[in-house]
Design a protein around this ligand. Structure first.
Ligand code: PZK
Length: 293
């Protein structure tokens, strides 16, 4: 019998997921917890962790020819109590930068553009509207902040932190290629991939490898193509029900976050499952069946 997750050494944890040590490998577990405005709600969205894991595994399988990744298995070595929402991955030496690609101008990129006309040192054309598609996708690295928000840095600073301009050139090229592949795939299914964040590392042979989760709603902004209109913020494919409900309660977005009511939980769960089914093109149940103990 594999050990329950609670027996494994915890090596890292984020707001909604955990990483455990398996010796020569790692176990990455996605929870069903959800945050809005950076605050985690007290209750969960059933299947959220499963959907994010399934999506990440879908993309890892589809992008192996663009860049190697750390994914090994969603069954072998995954304890029964977390099957469907966890993966075994290779240990990497992680690079100390977040690799953000933006195809649309939104979020912190929109703030920076409004203030300076640039994002991560890349000058953008004047007169862009909020949420507008960029002439070409841009690579906008940021620091990994231990606490608080990541800070945008320019390419030269990223290369300095990584210690090699050649390696950083490769990281940028792979990041842009991954984004382009996924954005094209999503667009054909009615989903806009506005932006996304990758984390890279080096494997035991020094080969550039993508780690973390990839191209999920927690590492990306997914917008429904239907109703897309620049000039305003776009509704998030997955979290908009929770955000709209949270705003309607008058919550000030400061901790603690309010408990999400059942109908909003159910609507949000349906949106996550729909995101998986649209993008992967298979019923979410098939993922659960494949990974079930
Ligand atoms: C690694 N994180 C971020 C924080 C998480 C993940 N393949 C790898 N090898 C070594 N280290 C990491 C990875 C990956 N991926 C990633 N921390 C360590 C992180 C919190 C929770 F699930």
């Amino acid at each position: 019998m594999p050990p329950p997750v609670s027996d494994l050494p915890l090596v890292a944890s984020g707001k909604v997921r955990e990483m455990y040590d398996l010796g020569d490998r790692l176990l990455m577990v996605a929870s069903d917890r959800i945050s809005t405005y950076d605050v985690v709600h007290p209750n969960t969205i059933p299947d959220k962790g499963g959907v994010l894991t399934a999506l990440s595994v879908f993309w890892f399988g589809r992008t192996r020819d663009i860049v190697a990744n750390h994914y090994l298995s969603a069954t072998e070595g995954v304890p029964e109590d977390v099957r469907g929402r966890a993966v075994v991955v290779r240990k990497l030496e992680m690079l100390p930068v977040e690799c953000v690609v933006r195809g649309y101008i939104t979020g912190s990129g929109w703030k920076d553009y409004q203030a300076t006309g640039s994002v991560s040192g890349i000058e953008l054309p004047p007169g862009l509207q909020e949420s507008e598609r960029l002439p070409t996708p841009i690579f906008t690295p940021s620091t990994k902040a231990e606490v608080g928000h990541d800070e945008a840095i320019d390419f030269d600073r990223a290369a300095e932190l990584v210690g090699s301009r050649e390696l950083m050139d490769d990281v940028r090229a792979r990041s842009l290629a991954l984004y382009q592949f996924a954005a094209d795939h999503a667009a054909a299914r009615g989903v806009i991939l506005a932006d996304t964040k990758f984390e890279f590392g080096l494997d035991g042979d020094g080969a550039l490898t993508v780690g973390d989760e990839v191209l999920t709603p927690d590492s990306s902004r997914f917008w429904p193509a239907d109703g897309y209109e620049p000039g305003r913020p776009q509704p998030s494919f997955d979290k908009q029900y929770v955000r709209d409900w949270a705003a309607s309660t008058g919550w000030d977005k400061k901790p603690p976050a309010p408990e999400v009511p059942d109908d909003v939980v159910e609507g949000t769960r349906a949106r996550y499952v729909e995101a998986y089914e649209r993008i992967a093109g298979e019923p979410f149940q098939e993922w659960l069946d494949r990974t079930a103990p």
